[in-house]
Ligand binder design. Structure first.
Ligand code: TRP
Length: 446
């Protein structure tokens, strides 16, 4: 690959967890290391402010995690002598630029962002679930007063929520009174009607359940649940649960990127919508102020399907919340134990039963880490090997692959990391400050 004139690359990961998993490695980090080793100037950021969009209730973990994530970068092969490793919040230019970009970003672009919509839906889903279980518990206790006390005590330690809680407890009380039966039954009926929570939301939007599902409207009559009550409950909870910062997530990410005016941004596939907004915002900035401060950057997303979307040990998406991850920092024994219980072809009971490697987590990992995977797959399909053998062989190759990373990580102490981050901060700020000069100038700010 011949190098472009602008060799700068910026990327980052959120410090929501203290450990990166091999899905993070395959989806992004591995690319960073390859780019570094082929002569690009890497800026590897730990996005601690982004982590706060979902972790604002326990912010103390965010900074501890940030150091651990930085260790994983270095363990994976990012060399702090060549590449810049830094923490987002250490370079205050990100905050100033985020604020200025928030003025030029149309609200509609943010509301349409798929990741934002998903988060809102997830939140709503968990709210509905929480409300269901709470209300059904309380209805069993059969006391509206108790309900009010409960709700108020949940929010008692949060001053900002106190007044919202009063309103909420009123509507809950009303809902509870009008319910008379229990929510569990309602939830069960929803399931019978095959109505997901997303659809329920649409129904609430239309206020007419019978137009979508006669069975649903019947269920609602049966449980005496008013659509209006449910809507009120959800709205008032949602209003206090989604922080402004979450909507601005892609604006902050754009600030992170544009500050370094990079040639490209290597990220996992889930980040593609954010990268697109970034180039749109850059174009809008240039147009508004009639400048050419920003050039479009490239989206560097792994093409290899297997690497871009590495499944978890149970074949679902690899995610801490599913408890199906192999972490970069796992020991060989931990890795062996995890692989031992990994999902394989469910219909392959005996060695001689044919396997289906496409749906088997162990085979998926073999494809990535074993030079011999084609033979191993063929034997699996032909019923010439059992899953235990595949698991053992996988454990060996995976532990061998990650051994150097684990050794590097073990050798990193906290003081060394702080030195690296201090140095990274200075190198990052030098570039960021220069961009901010051009930005302020373009906007006529002195
Ligand atoms: N949103 C990214 C993630 O969830 C993290 C991130 C923040 C990032 N700022 C960035 C990635 C800038 C690339 C460029 O992993």
């Amino acid at each position: 690959m011949s190098l472009p004139t602008n060799r700068r690359i910026l990327s980052g990961m959120r410090s929501t967890n203290p450990k990166l998993h091999i899905g993070n490695y395959e989806g992004a980090l591995r690319n960073w290391v390859e780019l570094q080793n082929s002569g690009f100037e890497m800026f590897c950021m730990v996005a601690d402010w982004h982590a706060l969009t979902t972790m604002f209730e326990n912010p103390q973990d965010v900074s501890v995690n940030a150091r651990e994530v930085a260790k994983d970068y270095i363990a994976a092969g990012i060399d702090p002598a060549k590449s810049v490793v830094f923490i987002q919040s250490h370079v205050k230019e990100h905050a100033e630029f985020h604020l200025l970009l928030s003025m030029v970003t149309p609200l509609g672009w943010l509301e349409r962002t798929p990741t934002y919509k998903e988060k809102v839906l997830d939140l709503r889903k968990s709210l509905v679930q929480k409300l269901y279980s709470r209300i059904s518990e309380l209805i069993e206790a059969d006391s509206a007063t108790k309900l009010r006390e409960e709700i108020e005590s949940i929010h008692a330690d949060d001053g900002g929520l106190a007044s919202a809680a009063v309103g909420l407890s009123d509507s809950l009380t009303n809902a509870a009174l009008s319910l008379q039966h229990d929510f569990t039954r309602f939830e069960q009926l929803l399931r019978e009607c095959e109505i997901g929570f997303g659809k329920l939301d649409t129904i609430l939007e239309r206020k007419d359940p019978s137009s979508v599902s006669p069975r649903l409207s019947q269920a609602m009559v049966e449980t005496s649940l008013g659509i209006h009550e449910l809507r009120t409950i959800l709205d008032s909870e949602q209003e206090v649960s989604i922080p402004y910062g979450l909507l601005g997530y892609p604006v902050l990410q754009t600030a992170d990127i544009l500050l370094y005016r990079p040639h490209g941004v290597p990220v996992g596939r889930d980040q593609a919508p954010h990268l697109e907004i970034g180039n749109d915002i850059a174009r809008r900035f240039n147009n508004l102020y009639n400048v050419e401060v920003f050039e479009p950057y490239k989206y560097m997303i792994p093409e290899d399907e297997n690497r871009a979307k590495l499944p978890g040990l149970d074949m679902r998406k690899m995610s801490k919340s599913y408890d199906n991850c192999i972490y970069l920092s796992d020991t060989p024994d931990e890795t062996a134990a995890k692989i031992k219980s990994a999902f394989t072809t469910p219909t392959k009971m005996r060695k001689t039963d044919p396997g289906i490697p496409e749906g088997c987590a162990v085979c998926q990992y073999l494809k990535l880490y074993s030079p011999d995977w084609e033979r191993q797959w063929a034997e699996d399909v032909a019923g010439e090997r059992g899953c235990m053998q595949s698991k053992q062989e996988l454990t060996e190759v995976i532990n061998e692959f990650f051994r150097p990373m684990r050794e590097r990580r073990a050798a990193l102490d906290d003081a060394t990391i702080e030195d690296i981050l201090r140095d990274g901060e200075a190198r990052a700020r030098a570039v960021a400050a220069e961009t901010m000069e051009s930005v302020r100038q373009a906007m006529g700010l002195r």
